[in-house]
Design a protein around this ligand. Structure first.
Ligand code: TNX
Length: 543
């Protein structure tokens, strides 16, 4: 509970016990009485170094004299007048309070004599752009400067990793909370750094999705793509076609019939808002004209012969197709796009388009030429799996490459025309691929993907003719044919998701497996404290 005072002073006190309240008051009013470090001896934890961060920062200048010790009198000060900066400050306080036990009041007033973590809009190195930040650590405090709240948020995720791993504990730890001194200047290589969850094959609840948002936001992921519909289930409420969810997402749907459920519009908006607060934009996907059996088995009129096929709970692909020559198909598609666009503040709407093996090439072209303009009509930019490049789409359409090869003529032609590409090569970035033949979960059609494989490629040289300028970014899809629980999701995503996140954020010049595996190994104690059920790859020196 946060109280918002007129003068911009915010102190989280209502829910705190009387002792903590006293400490808050002491910290604010009697700055010099409290010691700057905890009295009890702290167990030694490995010292953090300025570059010990995933994804690797662009530039680090350590200063051994400048380490900052977070203490009971530390305050968090945010840029006056910026509600978004204040929200980042509040989130930082909430992250740091449980393990430190410090009050960490969030203030919007300048020149307190207390040691502070300052979140400042403006004044950063010119290179940081819209998502980067500059982080300065001296004996007196930490200053994060950025041009946007997103940049400040990214900076706070770095600060979190610069603190001892115990900072992730949910109860008070006896630790000396030292932040290594120096300066970091950091900004992303690519604008789009995505993850994807498949809600169709097994539904994932709002709680599971938001838990994943919490995890991926630590690694500066800024888009979460939700695969909302497929042959086995329809997972988003559409008012004009209500049975899509009650039947198409109802009992018995999902792979093996055990993944039912759907997001109401209220659920979806809650996910969008939760992600936005962590500077992650939701990209909703309606997969079509194939991967549509859930809709077609629910509404017979969506089939050319007017007969509803039975629901499917197996994992075959490529057998379903909307009826391309029927006007009703486009009324259906427009209803869905209109309703989904209306609850989607982000710029993208993904129309799938993959594996339409039951649609002829000519029909596929007809369909896309009708549907792509509908996405624009409702104010969104269309993205689609790379097959969409077969129809020479308008240049604002984004193609998501999921192939396993290193050549794709349609994709290269689209890139040459100016279409942007998101790289998700299935044999590198698909988080549902098994790590090795012994992995209990996952599939293996594209590859076994160990951590070094997930890390060992360059988005800008992966496909001939699709270079750095054509790349919007990277995405790590996680298909859920074999996944049911949050633990399952975590086991497949960690540690490979951070590898893809680093490919999306860090410079090509900094790409270095030895450095990455060491920094990754240092994440393990954090994941244990966060209860992340990660795969302990033998390739990584886990702490
Ligand atoms: C291919 S990738 C698919 C999905 C499956 C996935 C399983 C893509 C665009 N289509 O339908 O779930 O493989 O790995």
């Amino acid at each position: 509970m946060t109280t918002d005072h007129d003068e911009g002073l915010e102190v989280s006190v209502r829910r705190r016990n009387p002792l903590t309240r006293l400490l808050v008051i002491a910290a604010l009013g009697l700055p010099f009485i409290l010691p700057a470090s905890p009295a009890a001896a702290a167990p030694t934890t490995p010292a953090r170094h300025l570059g010990d961060v995933v994804p690797a920062p662009v530039e680090t200048r350590p200063d051994a004299r400048g380490a900052f010790r977070l203490g009971p009198t530390t305050v968090i000060r945010t840029a006056p007048g910026s509600a978004a900066a204040r929200q980042v400050g509040r989130q930082l306080a909430e992250t740091l309070r449980p393990a430190t036990g410090y009050p960490l009041p969030v203030l919007a007033v300048r020149s307190t004599p207390l040691p502070e973590i300052a979140l400042v809009i403006g004044g950063a190195d010119a290179r940081v752009g819209q998502e980067g930040y500059q982080l300065d650590v001296t004996r007196h405090g930490v200053t994060i400067r950025a041009n946007t709240a997103a940049g400040l948020f990214a900076g706070t995720q770095t600060l979190r990793q610069l603190l001892p791993a115990q900072i992730e504990a949910s109860d008070r730890q006896r630790v000396t909370w030292t932040v290594p001194g120096g300066r970091i200047i950091d900004y992303p290589r690519f604008a789009y750094r995505g993850a994807m969850l498949d809600l169709a094959r097994h539904f994932h609840t709002v709680d599971e999705i938001t838990a994943y948002v919490d995890l991926i936001s630590q690694y500066k992921i800024n888009y979460l793509h939700l695969h909302l519909t497929d042959d086995q289930g329809w997972r988003i409420q559409i008012d004009s076609w209500p049975r899509l969810t009650t039947v198409g997402g109802g009992p018995g749907t999902g792979v093996d019939g055990v993944g039912p459920g759907f997001l109401t519009k209220a659920d979806y908006k809650a996910v969008v808002a939760y992600a936005a607060a962590r500077h992650i934009t939701i990209v909703p996907e309606i997969d079509m004209p194939g991967h549509t059996n859930a809709a077609q088995s629910t509404y017979p009129e969506l089939n050319c012969d007017g007969v509803a096929p039975p629901p499917r709970t197996d994992i075959a692909v490529g057998y379903s197709s909307l009826c391309i020559g029927d006007e009703l198909t486009y009324r259906f598609v427009e209803d869905v796009i209109r309703e989904l666009a209306a609850i989607t503040p982000g710029p993208f709407l993904h129309i799938g388009g993959d594996e339409a093996h039951a649609t002829t090439d000519e029909d596929y072209r007809t369909f896309m030429q009708r549907v792509l303009p509908l996405v624009a009509k409702y104010g969104k930019r269309a993205s689609g799996w790379n097959e969409v490049t077969q129809v020479d789409p308008p240049t604002d359409v984004v193609a998501q490459f999921w192939g396993t090869g290193t050549t794709n003529a349609d994709l290269a032609d689209a890139a040459a025309r100016g279409n942007k590409v998101i790289m998700s090569p299935a044999n590198k970035s698909y988080l549902d691929m098994k790590y090795d033949p012994t992995t209990r979960l996952g599939l293996s059609w594209a590859a076994y993907i160990e951590v070094s494989d997930a890390y060992g490629w360059d988005p800008a040289t992966r496909v001939a003719g699709v270079g750095e300028d054509a790349i919007l970014g990277v995405e790590a899809p996680l298909w859920s044919e074999t996944l049911r629980t949050l633990d399952d999701i975590e086991y497949m995503a960690f540690p490979r998701l951070p590898a893809i996140a680093e490919l999306g954020w860090s410079t090509a010049a900094s790409h270095d497996w030895e450095s990455f595996r060491t920094r990754l190994g240092e994440q393990a104690p954090r994941w244990r404290l966060q209860d992340v059920d990660f795969y302990p790859s033998p390739q990584v020196p886990w702490l």
